[in-house]
Design a protein around this ligand. Structure first.
Ligand code: UDP
Ligand code: MG
Length: 329
């Protein structure tokens, strides 16, 4: 019997977990009407350093139903790193990643599995609506993806998130990428594999509130650009080149003008504007270079992407990311 893993990163989700479990039971028991076959199921919840009752609830769920497994990270490492902890632990022939807040409808999973059975290796959920999100977030998301995709060869699909089914081959490929500042959405696209979209409507959060506050989203967005493309560096050099050309042209103009008409002491505003403008450009370019150097610095430390404090059962393949360095495919 084929085995399907569900990977669910969980951060302060005490209010959603029981409803999530209830929603998953028809799948786990193979009684969901849309399931065409019977499967062995495993749920891997990664408690990303929750500060509420999440851990106690996970433990209770695990004791009640051993198909629910969990790993508790030693602190909040962020969803991207929590997902890597899950990638390292799931044992299924394929894996479905979903959120704990039931924004990703459980009823879409059988359809994803059917596509996987047809030979697709990365079946991604495509949002038909983005649920209760501010107009600002929707608009910025659109601009962001168009900028990101203009600067890379491998496109990151807009309106596609982490809700997806990955075949074992894709799981192992992504698991092999150990960068600790992760942008998994880019990795799904980078590793390739046969991709197929399945539409779904984002539901509203069942309980609690979003953990992806604007600051975090901005960080993730910058992470996305700097991990996925070096286009900003290219942009800085091209802009520098254009500004230099313009400066040379202006210099020639000023020299000629002075030679022909002489120069009464004037031009202070022009001078100050030029200095400020060039200074600003230099700072921006330095900032962009700094972003990349910061990333190199962080990656050279080779710290683990996450640390596990505790996990359910003894059957787990390993206990911390540091050990994985030797077992990584
Ligand atoms: N999450 C996590 N670590 C974090 C933030 C979020 O594991 O640092 C989980 C969270 O519990 C949820 C999923 O990631 O299962 C998506 O988070 P959320 O629903 O807050 O984001 P949104 O859907 O609003 O983008
Ligand atoms: Mg959510």
């Amino acid at each position: 019997m084929k085995k399907i893993s569900l990977l669910i990163p969980v951060y302060n989700e005490e209010a959603s977990l029981d409803a999530l479990y209830t929603a998953l039971v028809p799948l786990l028991d193979n009684t969901h009407p849309a399931l065409k076959d019977r499967y062995e199921w495993e749920v891997m919840m990664i408690d990303d350093g929750s500060r509420d009752n999440t851990h106690a609830i996970l433990l209770r769920l695990h004791l009640r139903d051993p198909r629910i497994r969990y790993a508790r990270l030693s602190r909040n490492f962020g969803k991207e790193n929590a997902m890597l902890a899950g990638f390292d632990r799931v044992t299924g022939d394929c894996m479905v990643i979903m959120d704990a807040d039931l924004q990703h409808p459980v009823d879409t999973i059988p359809e994803m599995i059917a596509q996987w059975e047809d030979g697709w290796e990365d079946v991604y959920g495509r949002r038909l609506s983005r649920g209760k999100e501010s107009i600002l977030r929707k608009g910025l998301t659109k601009v962001y993806y168009s900028l990101l995709n203009r600067s890379t060869r491998v496109d990151v699909l807009p309106d596609v998130g982490d809700f997806r089914l990955l075949d074992r081959k894709a799981i192992d490929a992504i698991r092999g990428m150990r960068e600790s500042q992760r942008y998994t959405k880019g990795l799904y696209c980078w590793v390739g594999f046969k991709k197929k979209g399945v539409d779904f409507v984002t539901a509203d959060r069942i309980a609690g509130e979003t953990k992806m506050k604007p600051g975090r989203l901005l960080n993730l967005a910058l992470e996305g650009i700097t991990s996925y493309t070096t286009a900003p560096l290219r942009f800085a050099s091209v802009a520098g080149f254009i500004i230099s050309l313009a400066s040379i042209a202006y210099m020639i103009y000023v020299v000629c003008k002075t030679l022909i008409f002489g120069e009464p002491i004037q031009g202070f505003p022009t001078l100050i504007c030029t200095i400020l403008f060039l200074g600003g450009c230099q700072l921006i370019a330095l900032g962009i270079i700094g972003e990349y150097i910061g990333k190199i610095y962080n990656e050279t430390k080779q710290r683990p992407a996450y640390i596990v404090a505790e996990e359910s059962g003894d059957s787990c393949p390993d206990t911390s990311d540091t050990d994985n360095k030797t077992t990584t495919p």
